[in-house]
Unconditional design. Structure first.
Length: 409
């Protein structure tokens, strides 16, 4: 699939900082040392009800990871998927009486537009589940042939007991896992499974549903977790730096992905850091497709809201926090954008050197964007109250805010 156009990232004076980031697996901060090419996999959308502000907040977090790495003069090898075939997508298409392919294409196109407007840097490889099927089939065959997977009425299940490291990503106990499995696409109550948590790797063709040639697996379609493992291993290989997504992906999705990869390669972990963004809520509940309590980026854009303000609204919250979208959040962001734009509209101002370092330091410290915003606020207030004689300082601020925060002033 094609991704979306990249906005330019201005180079900044001085030196970027290495990223310390929270890893769910160890529940602590890790300092990543990616080498000259940093590798990141971010789980993409299931293309319906896109792009809501919860999605946008999560992609904003991983856009910051890229920007911190780019600031250290590294290249970033970024891969993202699109789950363009899965039960919830098919169910939505059925409910609305539309073709599932058309639904996926329309929503993916809208997502690309929203990401472009928000200045999210595109992945180098943007891969759909459907186009990944030829790479998924041999992995499932290998898992089955090595005894890590088994057949149940034509479907192939992964056996979580085949992985000695199972449970290390999320750190949850069996009861919590079972509850979340039922909520998040698993089928713990299906009779005949070796372990209720075992996830499907390959679903045999069902009447009236799309299916593909699966070689020795028979016709069918891939399970969700193996999709991301196949794409990540194909484009990044084992031991990449970050796997990212919202906190609702820690279990089962990232746990199962790590297990699949362990069974395939004998290695754990697939990613050096498992990084999870908090959940955005609306009216007191997590914004979710199933509840329908959604605010869309495209709705705000159509109403004339500057995408830079939407981005500032996201940045005002620490990526690991759960937070609530309200009208006030947007109003505050609009006011901040006005203040910043006024402050950089003059040819000179207070020195910006310290500010660039403050933004760098805040982001390198577990992507602390709110602290970075407060630092820019202080510079803008100083400009407003006293001005300054440093020629070009407003230009430096504009470039730093663009390069490190993705906000166009
Ligand atoms: N296609 C899979 C990942 S492989 C998927 O989870 N798709 S999704 O469309 O449901 O979600 C896309 C991303 O947005 C995921 O990282 C998910 O954790 C995140 N997300 C979903 N809802 C919210 C929310 N309310 N707040 C923050 N992030 C969210
Ligand atoms: Zn995924």
């Amino acid at each position: 699939m094609h991704a979306w156009p990249a906005s330019e990232v201005p180079a900044l004076p001085g030196k970027g900082r290495d990223l310390r980031i929270h890893d769910t697996s160890t529940d602590g901060l890790v300092t990543l040392d990616p080498g000259p090419v940093a590798r990141i996999y971010v789980c993409g959308i299931t293309p319906y009800d896109a792009t809501h502000l919860g999605h946008a907040a999560t992609y904003n977090a991983f856009d910051l990871v890229q920007r911190v790495w780019l600031d250290t003069k590294r290249q970033v090898h970024y891969v993202q998927n699109v789950t363009d075939v899965d039960d919830p997508l098919l169910e939505r298409a059925q409910r609305d009486g539309i073709d599932w392919v058309a639904l996926a294409e329309k929503e993916t196109a809208l997502f690309r537009e929203d990401m472009t407007a928000l200045r999210m840097l595109p992945p180098r490889h943007y891969i759909g589940a459907v186009e990944a099927i030829p790479g998924i089939v041999p992995l499932v065959e290998r898992l089955r042939d090595s005894g890590a997977a088994y057949e149940l009425e034509g479907d192939i299940y992964f056996s979580v007991e085949s992985d000695p490291d199972f449970g290390k990503v999320s750190g949850l106990d069996a009861a919590a896992m079972r509850l979340l499995s039922a909520e998040r696409g698993g089928d713990p109550d299906r009779v005949g499974k070796k372990n209720p948590l075992d996830p499907m790797l390959w679903m045999a063709a069902r009447e009236g549903e799309p299916s593909w040639d699966g070689g020795s697996l028979g016709r069918g379609r891939p399970g969700w977790h193996i999709e991301c493992v196949a794409i990540a291993l194909d484009h990044l290989g084992m031991g990449f730096d970050v796997q990212g997504g919202g906190s609702d992906l820690a279990f089962p999705h990232h746990e199962m992905g790590a297990s699949h990869a362990q069974a395939l390669t004998g290695e754990f972990p697939m990613a050096k850091a498992y990084v999870h963004a908090g959940m955005v809520a609306l009216h007191g509940e997590k914004m979710s497709k199933s509840k329908g309590n959604l605010v869309f980026v495209s709705t705000l854009r159509r109403a004339g809201v500057d995408p830079a303000a939407i981005r500032l609204a996201l940045l005002a919250h620490h990526y690991r926090a759960d937070w609530e979208w309200t009208d006030q959040v947007l109003e505050d962001a609009l006011a901040r954008l006005d203040r910043w734009r006024a402050a950089v509209s003059r040819p000179d101002g207070p020195s910006a050197e310290a500010l660039v370092e403050e933004i760098r330091e805040a982001l390198a410290n577990d992507l602390d964007a709110p602290t970075a915003l407060v630092a820019v606020d202080r510079w803008a207030a100083l400009q407003q109250e006293q001005g300054g004689t440093d020629e070009g300082a407003p230009g430096v601020v504009t470039r730093a805010v663009d390069a490190l925060l993705g906000v166009a002033l």
